[in-house]
Design a protein around this ligand. Structure first.
Ligand code: URA
Length: 186
């Protein structure tokens, strides 16, 4: 099986897993999208209303900002993979609790095993927590070597674009972190 076939199989399994938190209240699964040999793999928190309607990750207000930041930094969207830890929309966009996040972990791990990204960009605290307990405010934009399930990669913690929409200072930091990352990869 090639990567695309493996990812499609994983997606189908998630879609039919009725035990996943929010699977019953959400309209549809919001799986990842993009290159399966990505320059960067972006991991967010959970789908919101627009994502739930359309069935694609990061297509609402914060998604538009994220995609603009990616492009402005010089990345091509087709070379990026975008997803979130939680793949069904939490009701009223509540922050998923640790137990709810944990229920999705095995699928995220399988996805990482298939894609084997060289660079993982976590946006926001929920996805960062998977790899480190350090606070985002202290380590954002600083790449570090990390290992997860035997796979080695560069971890780059970043703020969530929703936080950047609320706070212009965070927005400037997020813009700078994306530009710095592109320079580093070049
Ligand atoms: N925020 C996320 O973390 N993921 C999405 O898909 C949309 C908004």
């Amino acid at each position: 099986m090639n990567k695309r076939q493996e990812i499609e199989k994983l997606k189908a399994r998630m879609r039919s897993d009725k035990h996943l938190p929010f699977a019953k209240s959400a309209k549809q699964l919001v799986f990842g999208e993009g290159s399966l040999n990505p320059e960067i793999y972006i991991l967010g928190e959970a789908p919101g209303r627009m994502e739930d309607e359309i069935g694609r990750p990061f297509v609402g207000r914060s998604g538009k900002l994220l995609r603009a930041l990616i492009q402005n930094a010089g990345f091509l969207e087709k070379n990026v993979y975008i997803t979130s830890v939680v793949r069904f929309r939490p009701p009223h966009n509540k922050t998923p609790n640790p137990g709810e996040v944990a229920a999705y972990e095995k699928y995220v791990d399988e996805e990482l095993k298939i894609i084997q990204p060289k660079v993982i960009v976590t946006v926001g605290a929920v996805s960062l927590k998977k790899f480190t307990k350090e606070p985002i405010s202290q380590i954002h934009g600083m790449p570090r070597r990390a290992e997860w399930l035997g796979h080695k990669f560069n971890l780059v913690p970043m703020f969530h674009p929703a936080a950047a929409l609320r706070n212009p200072n965070i927005r400037r930091l997020l813009e700078a972190d994306f530009k710095k990352l592109k320079k580093m990869l070049n």
